[in-house]
Write a protein that binds this ligand. Structure first.
Ligand code: MTE
Ligand code: MTE
Ligand code: SF4
Length: 657
C-alpha cells in the first residue's frame, strides 16, 4: 500500500483528448519525495531544452506535495511546473488553498497536461471520472467569476476550481492561475494554461488517503498545532510584526505599512518615498483596510488565517493576502489604498501576477516620459479610448490594453524584458529591476547584504520569498535581546548558528557585510534554501515553515513527520541528501536550457553600494559549496554522489561539461 501519496498521476493529452490514470514508481518518492522534486524529474525526463513554453510538448504539471491531504497542518500547496514564457526556464509557481488535498482525495498525486486543445475547455475531475468539457461560454470571464460559474454548472458547491482569466487566455507572459484564496502567480504559468486551451480545472475528491503510522503522526501534528497557537499569542519580541508571528506575511492583519511603503520602491521599482507614512495616510489606509477586510481566512488544515475576504465598491468580492495589497497603489503612484484594492481585485479577475503587473504598467509610462514612446502610442482607436492623463486612469487603461493584447498593450503583455527588446531605442535600460528576464520584488536597498546577495543570485524558483526565512534580516542591537532570541531557537541545524547570532551586531566588526563570515554565510543560506525545498517537495506552506523564523516544521522534526506519514524511515542526513539531489535536478533542468553564471546575478541597481570583489568571492565560493563550477553548472562528482549520473551523462553528451 502507498502511504501519504496515492501512487497515481492523471495524464491528460489535450490534443487527442486521451486521459490516463498512471501508476507511479515508489522509487521516485524515495528519490525526490514529491511536489517540486518529482515534478523536476518529470520535466527532466520529458521536456527537453528545445521545447518552448508554447510548444505542445511543454508539460503543465499540477502537483500535490508528499504530505498534502494528511493531518499535517498547512500541507496544502499545489506546485505548478512548466517552462515559463517569461524566462524560458523551468518555473515553479505555488498555490495554497484547497486544491491539492482535494486532488489527493480524488486519487491523484499530480495532474500532468500535454498537447493543446483545439478549443477552450475545462476539466472536471470527480474521483475516477474525468471529463474534458467545452468552455467556450466561459471565454473572457474573470478567473474568480469562472470558479463560481463552474461550481454552479456542475452543481458541486464543494468542487475546488483553479482558473485563468483573460490574461491567461491571451497568453500574457505574467498571467496567473487563481483558485479560491490562492494563486499560482509568477512566471506566467497561466499563459501556458491558456495556450493549452484550459480555462479551468475543477476537482472533487471523496476517497481516503492512508498514512503509515497515524498515531505517531498525529502526536507530532498536535504538538505543532499547540506550538502555532502559542506562537500567535507570543510574538517574537522586538521583531517586525509580519515576522513576529506565523503566517505568510500577515499583511491582511497588519495595517501599519510604514516599512513597506517607505522602503520598497514605487512605480517601476524606481522611487523610495521616505516620508510617505504620515499620520493622515496611516489613519486613511488603516480605515480603508479594516473596512475592506470582511473576514480573515485560511487554507486547508491551517489555523493561521493569513488571507482575507476583501469587499470594496466597484469590484466583486475576492480573496487576497500578502504584499499584493500594496503593489497596485505603489506601482501606479496612487496614494489611496482603496483604489489599490479595487485595482488588485480587477487584476485578479484578469488573472495577472501582482508583482510583475504593476511594474510592467509603470514601465510603460516611464518609457513615455523618457520620450521612447510617443503620444501616438497611447492614442485611442474605435475599439478603445485614448489613455487618460491621471495616474489612476492611465494605469487602468494600460492594464486593460495588456490583458486584451490591444495596441501598445500587446508589447507590454510580454513583460518588461521582452517589451524592452521589442521597442529598442534604449527601452531595455528601463527594464532595470529584472532578474532572469522577469521583474523582481520592487526593492532598492543600501549596502549589499551577502546573505540576500547569494539568495538573489542562486535562487532557481526566482522569487526571493521562495528562499528567505529562518535567519532574521537584521541583528538585534542589544546582546541581551540576542541572548533571549536564541534561548528557544530549537529550529537551528546545530548550536553553532546560535553562537553566530549572539555575536552578530548592527555596527562594527561583527556587522554585515563581513560578519557572519563567508563559511557561516554559506551554511545559513544553504539551510534557508534546504527548508524551502523540503516544503516544496512535501507541499507544506512556508508561512508556517521555511519562510518563518521559528516555525513548527524544522530540520529535526521533518524526518519524523515524513517517516510517520509515508512509512519510509528517513534520517536527517538522508533528508538533507534528498534536498541536495532536488536542488541539483532543479538547476540541471535550467542549465540544460542555457542557465549560466550570467543568470546568477541580481538586478544591477538592487543595492546602491556594491562590493564587486567580495561579491565575486561569495558567489564563486558558494557555487563550489553547492557542487557547481564557476558557470553555476553542477559538477560531475557532485551529480554522481547524489545518484544523478544520468544528468552527468546528458551534460557530457551535450558538451555542457
Ligand atoms: N509555500 C511553499 N511551499 N512555497 C512557496 O513558495 N510561498 C509563500 C506561501 N507559502 C510559498 C508557500 C508566500 S511568500 C505566500 S505570499 C503565499 O504562500 C502565497 O499564498 P498562495 O499561494 O496561497 O496564493
Ligand atoms: N499575484 C496574484 N495574482 N495574487 C497573489 O496573491 N501574491 C504575490 C505574488 N503575486 C500574489 C501575486 C506574492 S505575495 C508572492 S510571494 C508571489 O506572487 C508568489 O508567487 P507564486 O504564486 O508564483 O509562488
Ligand atoms: Fe494558508 Fe497562511 Fe496557513 Fe500558509 S500560513 S497555509 S498561506 S493560511
Amino acid at each position: 500500500m502507498r502511504y501519504a501519496e496515492t501512487g497515481y498521476n492523471l495524464e491528460i493529452d489535450l490534443t487527442t483528448g486521451n486521459v490516463e490514470r498512471v501508476e507511479t514508481d515508489p522509487k521516485d518518492t524515495e528519490f525526490l519525495l514529491g511536489g517540486v522534486g518529482t515534478s523536476s524529474k518529470i520535466m527532466w525526463d520529458r521536456v527537453g531544452p528545445e521545447v518552448k513554453p508554447f510548444d505542445p510538448e511543454n508539460l503543465l504539471i499540477f502537483s500535490s506535495g508528499l504530505l498534502c491531504g494528511t493531518s499535517c497542518p498547512g500541507a496544502n500547496r499545489t506546485m505548478i511546473t512548466s517552462v515559463s514564457p517569461q524566462t524560458d526556464f523551468v518555473a515553479y509557481s505555488m498555490m495554497g488553498g484547497f486544491f491539492s488535498p482535494e486532488m489527493k482525495y480524488a486519487g491523484y498525486d499530480k495532474i500532468i497536461f500535454r498537447g493543446k486543445s483545439p478549443k477552450l475547455v475545462y476539466i472536471w475531475i470527480k474521483d475516477d471520472k474525468v471529463e474534458i468539457r467545452d468552455a467556450s461560454h466561459l471565454s473572457g470571464k474573470g478567473s474568480v467569476e469562472t470558479q463560481e460559474l463552474i461550481r454552479q454548472e456542475l452543481k458541486e458547491p464543494r468542487a475546488h476550481v483553479a482558473a485563468i482569466g483573460l490574461a491567461g487566455e491571451n497568453r500574457v507572459f505574467f498571467a496567473s492561475i487563481e483558485q479560491g484564496r490562492s494563486s499560482a502567480s509568477r512566471l506566467g504559468l497561466g499563459a501556458v494554461m491558456g495556450d493549452k486551451g484550459i480555462k479551468a480545472i475543477a476537482i472533487r475528491g471523496t476517497k481516503d488517503l492512508n498514512v503509515a503510522r497515524p498515531a505517531e503522526l498525529i502526536e507530532i501534528n498536535n504538538w505543532q498545532m499547540e506550538y502555532m497557537w502559542w506562537r500567535q499569542e507570543n510574538p517574537i519580541p522586538k521583531m517586525m510584526p509580519i515576522m513576529a508571528i506565523l503566517g505568510s506575511p500577515q499583511e491582511m492583519l497588519e495595517c501599519d505599512e510604514k516599512w513597506h511603503t517607505e522602503n520598497f520602491s514605487w512605480g517601476n521599482s524606481r522611487v523610495r518615498r521616505k516620508n510617505f507614512w504620515t499620520p493622515e495616510i496611516e489613519e486613511a489606509w488603516t480605515r480603508q483596510q479594516l473596512s475592506a477586510r470582511k473576514r480573515l481566512i485560511s487554507c486547508y488544515n491551517c489555523p493561521i488565517k493569513c488571507g482575507a475576504l476583501i469587499s470594496v465598491p466597484g469590484v466583486a468580492a475576492y480573496m487576497m493576502k500578502c504584499f499584493t495589497k500594496l503593489t497596485y497603489a505603489m506601482g501606479a503612484f496612487v496614494d489611496d489604498l482603496e483604489w489599490g484594492l479595487q485595482t488588485a481585485g480587477k487584476a485578479i479577475e484578469y488573472g495577472v501576477d501582482g508583482f510583475s503587473c504593476p511594474q510592467v504598467v509603470a514601465y510603460a509610462f516611464e518609457l513615455k516620459e523618457a520620450g521612447i514612446l510617443t503620444e501616438e502610442d497611447f492614442a485611442g482607436t474605435d475599439a478603445y479610448p485614448p489613455c487618460p492623463e491621471d495616474n489612476a486612469g492611465r494605469f487602468l487603461w494600460m492594464l486593460d490594453r495588456i490583458v486584451r493584447r490591444e495596441g501598445i498593450g500587446n508589447i507590454f503583455a510580454d513583460g518588461t524584458y521582452w517589451a524592452g527588446k521589442t521597442i529598442g531605442k534604449g527601452a531595455e535600460k528601463y527594464a532595470h529591476n529584472n532578474i532572469r528576464k522577469h521583474e523582481q520584488a520592487p526593492l532598492k536597498l543600501g549596502a549589499v547584504n551577502p546573505i540576500y546577495y547569494l539568495m538573489y543570485c542562486t535562487n532557481e524558483k526566482l522569487n526571493i520569498t521562495q528562499i528567505e526565512g529562518q535567519w532574521p534580516q537584521m541583528p538585534y542591537s542589544k546582546p541581551e535581546d540576542r541572548e533571549a532570541y536564541v534561548k528557544d531557537w530549537f529550529q537551528v541545524p546545530d548550536d553553532r548558528f546560535k553562537e553566530w547570532f549572539k555575536l552578530w551586531e548592527m555596527k562594527g566588526e561583527h556587522a554585515l557585510p563581513y560578519f557572519p563570515g563567508i563559511p557561516e554565510i554559506f551554511e545559513i543560506v544553504d539551510w534557508m534554501e534546504r527548508m524551502h525545498l523540503i516544503d516544496d517537495m512535501c507541499g507544506v506552506c512556508t508561512g508556517i515553515s521555511a519562510f518563518h523564523l521559528k516555525p513548527p516544521y524544522h530540520i529535526h522534526n521533518y524526518p519524523k513527520i515524513i517517516s510517520a506519514a509515508t512509512g519510509m524511515d528517513i534520517s536527517e542526513e538522508e533528508l538533507i541528501k534528498i534536498t541536495k539531489r532536488d536542488r541539483q535536478l532543479i538547476r540541471a533542468n535550467n542549465v540544460r536550457r542555457g542557465w549560466r553564471q550570467i543568470d546568477d546575478m541580481p538586478p544591477e541597481d538592487h543595492w546602491a553600494k556594491r562590493l564587486p570583489e567580495y561579491e565575486k568571492q561569495l558567489l564563486e565560493g558558494y557555487q563550489a559549496y553547492k557542487g557547481w563550477d564557476t558557470e553555476g553548472i553542477p559538477t560531475k562528482e557532485s551529480l554522481e554522489s547524489l545518484d544523478l549520473g544520468f544528468v552527468a551523462e546528458d551534460f557530457e553528451k551535450r558538451g555542457i561539461f
